[in-house]
Design a protein around this ligand. Structure first.
Ligand code: ADP
Ligand code: ADP
Length: 226
C-alpha cells in the first residue's frame, strides 16, 4: 500500500508560473524517496505541502488512505527535520527530543523511555543535559533527528538536513541517516540538491525541474543511463 499518494498536485503562488505543476507520485510504505533538482524547482514547496505547511492549490494529497488537503500539520502524524535544525536554545537535549511527546501529553516515564531509546540509537546519551549551543553541528543534527524519531510518525520528511555541515560530517551523517531509516523502516521523503545524497540515500529518486517531474527512478537506473 502506498503511504503517501499525490495526484495532480499544483501549487500556484501569486500569478506566476506554478511552483509545483501537476505532480503525481506514490511513495510506498517504508520507502526512502529523494526529491532532487536545481534551486527553485519546487522541492521544498512539495515537501511543505506533504507536511501541511503550505496550502495545496489543486490536486489530492493522501496519507495512509486519508485525504489530508485540509488537515493542519499537527493532525498529519508526520515528523519533519529542517535544514536549520530548529532546536530550542533554552531547552536541554533531553527536553528538545522530548518536545513532541510533551505536546502529546505522554507520561514522564514513557517520555524517559522513548528519549533514552532515541538517544542510544543516535549516540547522544552523554549529552542529554547539555544545551544546543554547546553541541557540534553533527550533534545538533542528531538531536533534530532524535526529536523526529521519538514519535511513531507515519513518515519522516527531511528538508536539506545536511547542507549546513562541512563535507566530512556530511558524509558521516549521510551514513547515519541511511542506517537509521533502514533500521526504523519508516517512509521517508528527503529533499536535496546534492547529487551524492540523491544517488546514495534513496530507494528511488524523483527529479524535479520547474515544478514538473522529469523522472522517477532508482539510483541504479539513473546511474546507468546513457
Ligand atoms: P526549491 O526547494 O526546489 O529550491 P521552492 O519550492 O523553494 O524550490 O520554490 C519553487 C518556486 O516557488 C520558486 O520559484 C520560488 O521562488 C517560489 N516560491 C517558493 N516559496 C514561495 C512563496 N512563499 N511565495 C512566492 N513564491 C514562492
Ligand atoms: P529553500 O532553501 O527551501 O530554497 P529559500 O531560502 O528559497 O528556501 O526560502 C526560504 C523561505 O522563503 C521559504 O519559506 C519559502 O517558502 C520562502 N520563499 C522562497 N521564495 C520566495 C519568493 N519568491 N517569495 C516569497 N517567499 C519565498
Amino acid at each position: 500500500m502506498a503511504s503517501i499518494e499525490m495526484s495532480h498536485i499544483v501549487k500556484q503562488y501569486g500569478d506566476g508560473y506554478p511552483a509545483v505543476n501537476d505532480v503525481s507520485l506514490d511513495i510506498a510504505d517504508g520507502e526512502f524517496m529523494i526529491l532532487v533538482g536545481p534551486s527553485g524547482c519546487g522541492k521544498s514547496t512539495l515537501l511543505r505541502m506533504i507536511v501541511g505547511l503550505e496550502d495545496i492549490t489543486s490536486g489530492d494529497m493522501v496519507i495512509k488512505g486519508d485525504r489530508v488537503n485540509d488537515r493542519a500539520p499537527r493532525d498529519r502524524n508526520l515528523s519533519m527535520v529542517f535544514q536549520n535544525y530548529a532546536l530550542y536554545p533554552h531547552l536541554t537535549v533531553y527536553e528538545n527530543i522530548a518536545f513532541p511527546l510533551r505536546l502529546a501529553k505522554v507520561s514522564d516515564d514513557e517520555v524517559r523511555r522513548r528519549v533514552e531509546e532515541a538517544a542510544d540509537i543516535l549516540e547522544l546519551r552523554e549529552h542529554l543535559e547539555r544545551k544546543p549551543a554547546n553541541l557540534s553541528g553533527g550533534q545538533r543534527q542528531r538531536v533534530a533527528m532524535g526529536r523526529a524519531i521519538v514519535r511513531a510518525a507515519d513518515a519522516f520528511l527531511f528538508d536539506e538536513p545536511l547542507s549546513n555541515l562541512d563535507a566530512k560530517l556530511r558524509g558521516q551523517m549521510r551514513t547515519e541517516i541511511a542506517r537509521l531509516q533502514r533500521r526504523l523502516g519508516i517512509t521517508t521523503v528527503y529533499v536535496t540538491h546534492d547529487q551524492t545524497e540523491a544517488m546514495t540515500l534513496g530507494d528511488r529518486v524523483c527529479v524535479l525541474r520547474k515544478g514538473v517531474i522529469q523522472q522517477v527512478a532508482s539510483p541504479r537506473e539513473l546511474y546507468e543511463q546513457p
